[in-house]
Design a protein around this ligand. Sequence first.
Ligand code: MG
Length: 392
Amino acid sequence: MKRIVLLGSTGSIGVKALKVIQSNPEKYRVIALGAGKNIDLLLKQIEAFRPVSVALKDEKLASEMRRRLPKDLRPDILYGQEGFVQLSTLDKADTIISAMTGAAGLLPTFAAIKAGKNIALANKETMVMAGPLVMSEAHKQGVSVIPIDSEHSAILQSLVGHPGEDISRVILTASGGPFRSMPLKEMRSVTPDQALNHPNWKMGPKISIDSATMMNKGLEAIEAKCFFNLRMDQISILIHPQSIVHSMVEYMDGSFIAQLGVHDMIIPISYALSFPHHIQNGLPRLELDEIGILSFEKPDFTRFKCLNLALNAAKTGGSMQTVLNGANEIAVEFFLDGRIGFLDIPDLIEKTIDAHQPYPVDSIEQIIEADTWARNTTRSFLRNEYQQEPVY
Ligand code: MG
């Protein structure tokens, strides 16, 4: 029986993770839930799963939760970063599902590793910001960090049983997002609503915008580098609009091994919890004859500038990866608020990157310093160079 702490329980991954847990009561039990602001949904989850502790984003939300809790339910209610860290290091927990959005996931995840917990990682920003540090700490503590991101789950599934030195490269597949074939001119005026409308996956706002700019694939390339200890020249990206082949590994002899499946996050979530087993999940089966054609093409680096920015930041490494991530989070927030246009996202990130003197990072403190610098610098560009009023 795995005793699980789920961080990010009200997000799209969190909700699916609870489905996986609920369908396997003999294997998994939730002991704590961490959420952001969605009190209504968290209340329902508390009633269904009876966790011993929960945490919310801030004190105000925690007090509201205390007021609204039915009398027969009395979990500990914590809040803020400290609250999430308390959850992720609970004595009784053995596995943490890290599914918070953005840089907020880093400290609770790192604290969990230090406390000897196994990690199922959906929060890719943790790897982008602090990959080498996270992996070396996990190695030191003898804990496993298993990816939930569908591409990295596919790579892991394609790697199991093969010696690492036989890998030639990995190929990350990308759907291309909602603007895969839109001319650059039109991309200038797309709205947040258009960008949030992903053709294949239903996801939260941050990752949906990252998919539309293709920054998501850039972040995933960095994630793959850290997870599987690869050089950047061993990572390729192919656009695959059907999202059926979730990624592949090419071996020294030219063999490709890929993982295919319907595009539903239930599969990678379930695999991260049951690794190395593939267990039943009740999803409809993949019928390849109904899909008919699987197509692949090279990404367009001119229209998707974020992809280049991320790959270059990965080559530089160290603090540059953290700065890329911090600048992107702020730029995405500005775009969602209607304060900058879609193509201002890569421009803002590039300005921040150009202003940064990269340095090697070997502590969490240095990573937080680089992250804070990036956020402040990106905000200062907005204040000075972009319009102050929403553009929509
Ligand atoms: Mg992914």
